[in-house]
Ligand binder design. Structure first.
Ligand code: 13P
Ligand code: SF4
Length: 303
């Protein structure tokens, strides 16, 4: 069977079973092509709550499928590849957050959406990389415990200097491994290009960028800025997607190290297997759903 034949078969079975496929933009092109909705994790969860379907298949990582379940507790949510986790989300346990909260009892806890449902149950507000600055500015609390990404936390802190931030170690190993030396090497290869980076990168990398923003922000900037060449400082698949959308421009990866292996675990065969009932259904205890939803509702209210 060719890739295109398998895609056609998936589309046929998907219609027959009334399933709705969500794909994060870090997935490969062949997965995005069969998806009903593509976007970042928050956009996918919102799309799911607006869709008519009763069954959702998440092509992404575990915390994304959990977020869809939190926002759609009465619907069935499946993770296309149950091995696909996020090391950043896995690095912050409920107990570790509890200990950090004991150290800073007056701080409001702000958690990045890249966290488990358990961590969300004891967070005050959830944020995404595109909404963090706006939401934290609006919060009445002056003291913020920002978890789990200390690079994103440091970026938000630089944009909201009027508040006191407490950060703990943690973050995205894919973005955090990039150094200022990688930036210099990419700029030497592409001297006319501007640089757009994700705030999950280290501060020394962000300082050298022309634009800092979420994946969606980077894509919009790269497509719409006046420059013809853009170095992309986020997951490498974004370079490919941008090149499909804007063949008239040139996009380069900041580094070939920017590859999230968890995001690349999902295959078309996984999606097909999922449609045939061979996938893990995401289940969360009702009390986890109710308490974790509070911080997500707060994000929607303030965002
Ligand atoms: P955004 O798509 O929200 O920018 O997040 C990046 C990321 O690392 C997702 O896992
Ligand atoms: Fe997690 Fe980073 Fe991969 Fe996103 S890119 S899923 S934050 S490891």
């Amino acid at each position: 069977m060719t890739i295109s034949e398998l895609q056609q078969e998936i589309l046929r079975v998907k219609r027959e079973r009334g399933a709705y496929i969500l794909a994060h933009v870090y997935q490969g092109q062949e997965i995005l092509e069969i998806a009903d909705a593509t976007g970042d994790s928050y956009a996918l969860a919102v799309q799911a709550s607006r869709a008519e379907a009763e069954r959702f298949i998440m092509c992404g990582v575990r915390f994304m499928a959990e977020t869809v379940k939190l926002l759609n507790p009465n619907k069935k949510v499946y993770l296309a590849n149950s091995e696909a986790g996020c090391p950043m989300a896995d690095g912050l346990s409920y107990d570790r957050l509890k200990k950090a909260q004991e150290r800073y009892p007056n701080a409001a806890t702000v958690c990045y959406i890249n966290t488990s449902a358990e961590v969300k149950t004891i967070s005050d507000v959830c944020v995404t990389s595109s909404s963090a600055v706006e939401i934290i500015r609006k919060m009445p609390e002056k003291e913020i415990l920002f978890v789990p990404d200390c690079n994103l936390g440091a970026y938000v802190q630089s944009q909201v200097p009027e508040k006191e931030f407490h950060l703990i170690s943690g973050g995205c190993p894919i973005h955090a491994q990039i150094t200022a030396e990688d930036v210099r090497a990419a700029k030497a290869l592409h001297p006319k290009a501007v640089l757009a980076v994700h705030p999950e990168c280290q501060p020394e990398v962000c300082e050298l960028a022309d634009y800092i923003g979420s994946t969606t922000g980077i894509m919009n900037y790269a497509k719409n800025c006046g420059e013809n060449e853009v170095i992309i400082g986020t997951e490498i698949s974004i370079v490919e997607h941008l090149q499909f959308e804007r063949p008239d421009k040139r996009f380069y990866p900041l580094s070939k190290k920017l590859m999230c292996h968890n995001m690349k675990l999902t295959t078309l065969a996984d999606v097909y297997g999922c449609l045939s009932g061979e996938a893990e259904e995401i289940t969360l205890a009702p009390e986890v759903i109710t308490t974790a939803n509070r911080c997500i509702e707060k994000m929607i209210e303030l965002g």
